[in-house]
Design a protein around this ligand. Structure first.
Ligand code: ADE
Ligand code: ZN
Length: 324
């Protein structure tokens, strides 16, 4: 791996903490919590990670998350990810969590939130990794469910900077969640949304115009609408692009087909992210390395991508300068 990638200060803005659950930890937590897994070994888990599309991944991702049961489990999960950040010169991270994946199976919101945020605090103090937490609503569930989840989050607002939208995209347009996002913004949360990963450019427009998001997560299908590409460039709306994820989930056939370099050359505020590193074969630096090789990125491109990550982060100008 190039020393530039290894040493560049970077921010990560699109990482689902449940997607950092490595097979080894899945086994450890299953044992600790007396849960039987449908796999006999780590190798068997890894062999199962062959996906045809987003849904085929989500089915395994939600199944894997069942091993997370206690506050300590959420702490350990988050701490392991933060250690990766420290090792990869990721100075700042904005972590997604999916509370409904856990509250739907009876875990209290409090356990999930306390475990994650205790680790984030330890990461600030012991690893010098800055962080924010973003709550994602599961778009395959109802808007009422999302609203109830937002209400559960209100007592924890000092620890949650924003809300987002993830899970199965097709058939669940951003417009379904307009009222929830209106309420979230009125309560003072910042907003982001997954859009244009598998869904059409129209979903990106809806996320911008109806949900009034600050960033688009993925957004790679924007290229199908030139007016949208112009808009994203003009307003410098960041795209949190996830290269290894996109290839693993067959959004692009190969990394050489990825449109990240094209978007960067068109002046869009593109950032690089890992999405679900334990499932897609790499953390942030491995994503950088994969695109550097396949798309012949220059050192100037890599530096621009790292700078974009701080510019797109929910950080003050002073903190951007301090961390970048
Ligand atoms: N949840 C975790 N990873 C996701 C992705 N890539 N798209 C939508 N929802 C997700
Ligand atoms: Zn994602």
């Amino acid at each position: 791996m190039s020393s530039l990638i290894q040493t560049l200060p970077k921010a990560e803005l699109h990482i689902h903490i449940e997607g950092s659950l490595e097979p080894e930890m899945m086994f450890t937590l299953a044992q600790r919590n007396g849960i039987e897994l449908p796999y006999a070994s780590v190798a068997e888990i890894q062999a199962a990670y062959q996906f045809e599309n987003l849904q085929s991944f989500l089915d395994l991702y939600y199944a894997g998350a069942q091993v997370l049961q206690t506050e300590q489990d959420f702490y350990d999960l988050t701490w392991a990810y933060l250690q990766k950040c420290a090792a990869q010169t990721v100075r700042h991270t904005e972590i997604f969590f999916d509370p409904q994946t856990h509250t739907d199976r009876g875990l209290p919101f409090e356990i999930v939130c306390n475990g994650i945020t205790a680790a984030l605090q330890a990461g600030r103090e012991q690893l010098n990794v800055s962080s924010h937490l973003i709550l994602c609503f599961l778009r395959h569930l109802s808007a009422d469910d999302a609203m109830a989840t937002l209400e559960q989050a209100l007592p924890y607002q000092d620890r949650i900077i924003g809300v987002g939208l993830d899970s199965s995209e097709l058939g669940h347009p951003p417009s379904k969640f307009q009222a929830v996002f209106d309420r979230a913004r009125a309560e003072g949360f910042l907003t982001v949304a997954h859009a244009g990963e598998e869904g059409p450019p129209e979903y990106i427009w809806e996320a911008l115009k109806l949900l009034k998001v600050s960033r688009i997560d993925h957004g790679v299908r924007c290229v199908e609408d030139p007016a949208l590409v112009d808009y994203l460039g003009e307003h410098q709306i960041p795209l949190t692009v996830c290269p290894l994820s996109n290839v693993k989930l067959c959004v692009f056939d190969t990394m050489a087909d990825h449109n990240l370099k094209t978007l960067l050359d068109q002046g869009l505020c593109v950032t690089v992210n890992s999405d679900d590193p334990a499932y897609f074969g790499g953390y942030l630096n491995e994503n950088f390395e994969a695109i550097q090789t396949a798309l012949a990125l220059t050192d100037a491109d890599l530096t621009q991508l790292a700078q974009n990550s701080f510019r797109a982060a929910f950080l003050s100008a002073a903190d951007q300068q301090r961390l970048a």
